[in-house]
Design a protein around this ligand. Sequence first.
Ligand code: KIV
Ligand code: NA
Length: 270
Amino acid sequence: MRRLTVPRIRARKKDGHTEQPLVMLTAYTARQAQLLDAHCDLLLVGDSLGQVIYGLASTVPVTLDMMANHAAAVVRGSYHSVVVVDMPFGSYEASKEKAFESASYLLKQSGAAAVKLEGGEAMAETVAFLNQRGIPVMGHVGLTPQAVNVLGGYAARGRSDAEAGKIVSDAKALDDAGAFAIVIEGVVEPIAIEATQAVSCPTIGIGASAQCDGQVLVTEDMLGMFERVPRFVKRYEDIASIIDKTVATYAEEVRERVFPGEEQTYQPKD
Ligand code: KIV
Ligand code: NA
């Protein structure tokens, strides 16, 4: 199976309609990518790895090299999905030239196909600049976690008319700038639908609406591996309790000298 391409993802939305929603999940490691790859259209190396992998309080401290290293692992662990890498806070906002330098570094270090960055109208010029120079860009509007210090938290967006209008015009600006897809995060449903109808490229919802052209979740959240999750996460499994039970059994067997048993022990003649 040949790897999907950005143009094929973009083309899944035709005349404002997406027949089969796009499936995206986050991946941070090679093994995780192997397990998810065949089921997904896109794997996102999200800067959520700041909290999920590194125990940071937000995505703000995440660095370019953290993203590049995890993206390289995810590319090595996948052969089917389009791999998209988040541009971390501070690596792209200052200028379109700085953004190109950071984005090209990410793609060269990892082999990923595209980057994602947060922001709407303010980033449109940058999106066009990168796209015209060989770097496909996925946009991200609504609740943009890198702006937590401006927003003051992670509450859903689009409840006031001003906020709602801004989300739709941000999505339009990214679409006009050539974004191949747009993540809509933490947005009240009518606004997610309006934004989806307003753009020609696919929208990918997270805490948005089933009417988006695709969906994404943080894999650890949907597997039940992360402690605190927003209301929009559906927990499909409770992997944390499986790990807890399994590790408790291991610890007990070590303490009781049950493990290692004969099967796991080398003898001179076997
Ligand atoms: O970093 C991330 O995981 C994301 C998705 C939640 C869209 O940006
Ligand atoms: Na992100």
